[in-house]
Design a protein around this ligand. Structure first.
Ligand code: SAJ
Length: 424
């Protein structure tokens, strides 16, 4: 049955989700506090980059099924997809989740469903969302229904994963779960697994924590490999041929608003029981420092004084425009501390997000001594080493993502240092 939906938060998750429901026949009223974003969305313009979003947004708006606004309104279903960041002290900041829950109170009515999609520490539905919704005077679980259905899509492949991924639905009771399942069946082709709200919260947080711990392991292996005469990329590739091994890849750090954040949700709840989780966070957080130290070392070894580094890659991972919590920004801070000159460049990031940023690759490379590859964008993998070398003062590359074809760059006269590789 087609429903009216009110989606709070039109960012990386809320906007694609709204658009999907709209093009599957539901009537969607999207809400965001960012007036400029609302205006752009209604004009079929993107305020974020995501593959396939542009044409779907156009279709959704033109169908008359999707409209954005700064204010919520009455609906059958409310979906909350707002940020849930961490504070400086690594505790969860649930202010947006709380204020979104509060904002819908005047509009919820008997029979409505409220779904929280934002990633949150276990018990947030019970301890934060429900107390707000109770202010409506409606009986929770009888008059209105509530569930947590965490988003699990990867930036860059959001539309594919929204459809194909399995979905976790945790209702506060069976009716809440059933209603939520029925709604997502509008477009989800993966299986929809039902559980309770707190378990669903836990599932989402442990998925990202698993990845963080695994990446920390890979980063530790990279540091060990540099000492023992091994290329970590080769070692991990070979180990992963084992049917029960799946080691992730090292890099200059872990960015994004999920993997570098969610493990703290568990650490906050049970600090004494989350040793590996906290150690992994700290290991990954140390990688930008290690990256900056290696750049400094490369300059010293090659007798470069007052050298210039070209930082390639500002987004937190390949082929996206999202620089939130990007390790690159932390590497830059460390370079500033060391007094090393640099220019930053990212073909995916059009706004000014970093110091000394340029949109011009020639300017970034001009008179540079070292190019540091911090994000494995396809555009970097396809770079012509002869062109890059022609602009630089010294031909040195620090490849933290194993992105470049080594032989080709060495043939072009480059000295290549690869993270986790004692031979290069
Ligand atoms: N990274 C590594 N090594 C790896 C994999 C990633 O260093 O082997 C780094 C990346 O470069 C990046 C960071 O980790 O800086 C995070 O990237 P990611 O691709 O692992 O994850 P996100 O943050 O884009 O998306 C994750 C996904 N979670 C899982 O894969 C378990 C996604 O499905 C979630 O929806 C998303 O978090 C979220 O919103 O929680």
């Amino acid at each position: 049955m087609k429903k009216s939906l009110c989606v709070i938060g039109l960012g990386y998750i809320g906007l694609p989700t709204s658009v999907m429901f709209a093009i599957h026949g539901h009537k969607v009223h999207g809400v965001d506090i960012n007036e400029k974003a609302v205006e752009m969305i209604n004009n079929k313009q993107l305020h974020i980059e995501e593959n396939g979003l542009e044409e779907r947004l156009k279709e959704a708006v033109e169908s008359g099924h999707f409209k954005a606004s700064t204010q919520p309104k009455e609906a059958d279903v409310f979906i909350i997809a707002v940020p849930s960041p961490i504070r400086e002290d690594k505790t969860a900041n649930l202010d947006y989740v709380r204020s979104a829950s509060e904002a819908i109170v005047p509009f919820v009515k008997k029979g409505d469903l409220v779904i929280l999609e934002s990633t949150v520490p276990p018990r947030t539905v019970e301890d934060v969302v429900i107390p707000e919704l109770k202010k409506s005077g409606l009986e929770i679980g009888e008059d209105i229904f509530v569930s947590h259905s965490p988003e699990r899509v990867i930036p860059g492949k959001v539309f594919q994963e929204l459809v194909d991924n399995d979905r976790i639905v945790g209702g506060i009771n069976e009716k809440s779960s059933a209603m939520t399942k029925e709604l997502y069946e509008s477009f989800v082709k993966g299986s929809i697994h039902l559980t309770d709200a707190t378990t669903a919260e836990m599932v989402k947080v442990i998925e990202n924590t698993y990845r963080d711990v695994n990446i920390a392991f890979a980063n530790e292996l990279a540091l060990i490999s540099e000492k023992v005469g091994v290329n970590v990329w080769e070692a991990i590739k070979l180990a992963n041929y084992h049917p029960r091994v799946n080691i992730h890849t090292p890099g200059p750090g872990v960015g994004g608003h999920c993997i570098a954040v969610d493990p703290w949700f568990l650490a906050e709840i049970e600090p004494d029981l989350s040793n590996i989780i906290q150690l992994s966070r700290n290991t990954n957080d140390h990688m930008p420092q290690f990256t900056a130290d290696t750049i400094e070392q490369l300059m010293k070894e090659n007798n470069i004084t007052d050298g210039k580094v070209a930082i390639f890659g500002l987004s937190f991972k390949a082929n996206i425009d999202d620089q939130r919590e990007s390790p690159s920004l932390k590497v830059i801070m460390k370079l500033v501390e060391k007094g090393i000159s640099f220019q930053t460049y990212d073909p995916h990031i059009k706004d000014n997000v970093a110091s000394n940023q340029t949109q011009d690759i020639d300017e970034a490379l001009n008179e540079a001594d070292v190019v540091a590859i911090l994000t494995d964008h396809d555009a970097f993998k396809e770079l012509d080493p002869v062109f890059v070398g022609s602009k630089m003062k010294n031909k040195i590359v620090f490849d933290t993502k194993n992105a470049l074809p080594l032989g080709e760059w060495e043939s072009a006269g480059f000295l290549i240092k690869r993270l986790g590789d004692s031979k290069n």
